[in-house]
Design a protein around this ligand. Structure first.
Ligand SMILES: *Cc1c(COP(=O)(O)O)cnc(C)c1O
Length: 355
């Protein structure tokens, strides 16, 4: 029940077995069979996320790779980052390392940047949101992202949805790119990233490449696009991972995204109630509307963190410690689609009982 890598999706083992039986691990990435797998995964993701036609689906090695590629291909000079924890900060560092002018609006952990106070200059090309800051459990309301889009319609909007998709119901017409990796809410082994980007991004990437900017080699937007059009990737990809993602996305579609979201909301309420009832725990994110639906973070009174973790472990539940400097005084509990109501109720009982 850690927020990532997390427990495998409950159907993943079955799909692994079938994948091995069908020798998916050794098919050629230039075969028709692979193209069918790519197409299937892409179609299932489009349905699950309600992705508009003007978006492409690219496969990368991780979300971290998308950070680098998106800066290389979509930012000539300057990116603007809303920073409220380790992941959002890391993205801004990568842009800096790539030689860009990086502007940050930064708040302390557990808070959300107030979008009404953003001063975004003319020179900014891309505004980077982290919808769900996994290190702190803080969630940027979607209305904030949409308001910034309305206020700055000529800038590209990037949204990190690594630990909130597919729960988050994004209106993709109000942004330009989003990305995730599969080891969080999809419950799959790490090592595959998914980059969703619209035609505005494609156009800008072409311009930047034509101008002679360094846009990356095998995974530039143009090389990814050229291959995506024929349901392939430039390199030999992790075929099994793409196959598994398609299967899990299909299972989620069969179950229904509305049902998944309802369950997420129910389990979230159960966890929140348990935190309220345990007097050694408090919500780390003070403002209720900024609390993540998928990563629940509680602050523990001195010394109780270790005891609660041990108690949960003795009952078979491994939940997350705090991230980075919060290691000793937070609990981070993943509320992902694979986590059943029963599991969450059991965890809540243990938390309510206290140490
Ligand atoms: C885990 C995580 C990442 C990084 O994912 P990788 O697969 O390690 O590249 C980025 N952003 C957020 C919000 C995350 O939770």
């Amino acid at each position: 029940m850690t927020p990532g890598p997390s427990e495998l999706y409950f159907t993943a083992a079955e799909h692994f077995k079938n994948g091995l039986r069908d020798k998916i691990g050794s098919i050629s990435h230039r075969s028709k069979q692979f193209q069918d797998i790519y197409k299937h995964t892409s179609i299932q993701l489009r349905q699950l996320l309600n992705l508009p036609e003007n978006y492409q689906v690219f496969f990368t090695s991780s979300a971290t790779e998308v950070w680098e590629r998106s800066i290389q291909n979509l930012v000539r000079y300057e990116s603007y980052h809303l920073v409220n924890g380790a992941f959002s900060r890391r993205f801004s560092d990568i842009s800096h390392d790539l030689g860009k002018n990086v502007l940050r609006s930064e708040v302390t952990d557990g808070k959300i940047v107030d979008v009404n106070k953003l001063l975004i200059p003319e020179t900014t090309e891309m505004i980077c949101f982290t919808h769900n800051e996994t290190s702190t459990g803080a969630m940027q309301p979607l209305e904030d992202i949409y308001a910034v889009r309305d206020a700055f319609p000529d800038k590209l909007i990037s949204v990190d949805i690594v630990s909130s998709t597919p729960d988050v119901a994004l209106d993709f017409s109000k942004l330009d790119m989003a990305y995730f990796s599969v080891q969080k809410c999809f419950g799959l082994p790490a090592g595959l990233g998914v980059w969703l980007l619209n035609d505005r991004c494609l156009e800008k990437a072409v311009e930047m490449e034509e101008e002679g900017n360094a846009v990356g080699t095998y995974h530039s937007v143009s090389s990814l696009l050229k291959k995506a059009r024929i349901f392939q990737t430039p390199e030999t990809p992790n075929v099994l991972a793409i196959y598994l993602l398609g299967k899990v996305a299909e299972d989620m579609n069969t179950k229904g995204i509305d049902q998944i979201r309802r369950e997420t909301a129910y389990k979230l309420a159960v966890l929140h109630q348990a935190i309220d009832k345990n007097e050694s725990l408090t919500q780390f994110v003070e403002e209720p509307k900024h609390r993540s639906r998928t990563v629940v973070v509680a602050s523990c009174k001195d010394g109780t963190n270790e005891m609660l973790l041990k108690k949960l472990e003795s009952k078979g539940f491994i939940v997350g410690k705090g991230y980075g400097k919060h290691k000793e005084n937070h609990l981070r509990i993943a509320n992902f689609p694979t986590h059943s109501k029963e599991q969450i109720e059991m965890i809540a009982d243990i938390l309510e009982a206290g140490v």
